[in-house]
Design a protein around this ligand. Sequence first.
Ligand SMILES: Nc1ncnc2c1ncn2[C@@H]1O[C@H](COP(=O)(O)OP(=O)(O)OP(=O)(O)O)[C@@H](O)[C@H]1O
Ligand SMILES: [Mg+2]
Length: 267
Amino acid sequence: MTAETEVAPIVSLHGVWKSFDGRPVLQGLDLDVAPGQSLVVMGPSGCGKSVMLKHIVGLLRPDKGEVRFKGSRVDDLSERRFTPIRRRIGFLFQGAALFDSMTVRQNVAFPLLETGQAGPDLEERVRRTLDRVGLADSLDQMPSELSGGMRKRVGLARAIVLEPEVVLYDEPTTGLDPIRANVINDLIVRLQRELNITSVVVTHDLDSAFQVADRMVLLHEGRVRLDGTPDEMRHSEDPAVRAFLEGRELEIPDREHEPSNPASMTP
Ligand SMILES: Nc1ncnc2c1ncn2[C@@H]1O[C@H](COP(=O)(O)OP(=O)(O)OP(=O)(O)O)[C@@H](O)[C@H]1O
Ligand SMILES: [Mg+2]
C-alpha cells in the first residue's frame, strides 16, 4: 500500500487548527484514514496525538478546519447529532479509563445500556466481546483486581462492544511489559482482520507501532511530518523522523507517574 489513500477515506481531518490558551497544538493537520487500514500515529509527548483523536470523536472541536466521517462533515454537528456517529467509533482511552466502581461486566455493558440496547441478548453480547479479548472468566471482577494488561483489554472490550467501524487506540501498550504489550498488539491486528475494523493507533511504543501498522504517520509541530509505510518510516532520512526513531525526542514527562509494575496501574 502506498501512503496515498486510493479509496474514499473513512475518517479525515483537513486543515485542522487547535490552540489551548493561545498555544497552537494542531497547526493545519491533514490526515486521511482509509477503510480497513491500520494507521499508527506517532510523535513526541505533548505534540497533540490525543487531541487529534478527540477531534475524530467530537470530544474537541477544531478552531479551524474540517473533520469528516465517511465523507460527511461532523465537526460542526451539535452534540445530539454527533452521538450516533460517535457510536460507530470505538475509543480506547489513554490509561483505559474504566469505571472503578463497576465490575468488568458492567463496564462492558455500559455502552449497550447507554444506547438503549439492553435487550435479552445483553449478557451474551458482553460475554462474546470479553471472549474476543480473552477475558470471559473475569466478568465479575472489579477493575482494581486486574493487571494493567487486563484493564486495557477490558477498555478494548468496552470500545468494541457496539461493533464500531473504526477504533481509536490511545497508547494501548503504555505501561505494559513486552509480553502483555504483545497480547494487545495481536488483538489490534486480529480485530482489524476479523472484524474489518479501521484502526488508528496512537503510540510511543516503536515495537508496537511496527507490529500493527500498515501505514505510519509522524506528527511534528502540529502537522504530519512523515506519512508512509513502516519501511518508509524506518528508512527515512528526515532528521525529525530519525530523532524520533532514535529516541532523541522521546521526552515523556508523564511517564514518571506510571508505575513500572503494570499490576498497579490506574487510569
Ligand atoms: N483540554 C485541554 N485544555 C488545555 N490544554 C490541553 C487540553 N488537551 C490537551 N491540551 C494540551 O495540548 C497539548 C497536546 O496534548 P496531547 O494530550 O494531545 O498530547 P499527546 O501527543 O497525546 O502527548 P502524550 O504522548 O504525552 O499523551 C499539551 O500541551 C496539552 O497540555
Ligand atoms: Mg496522549
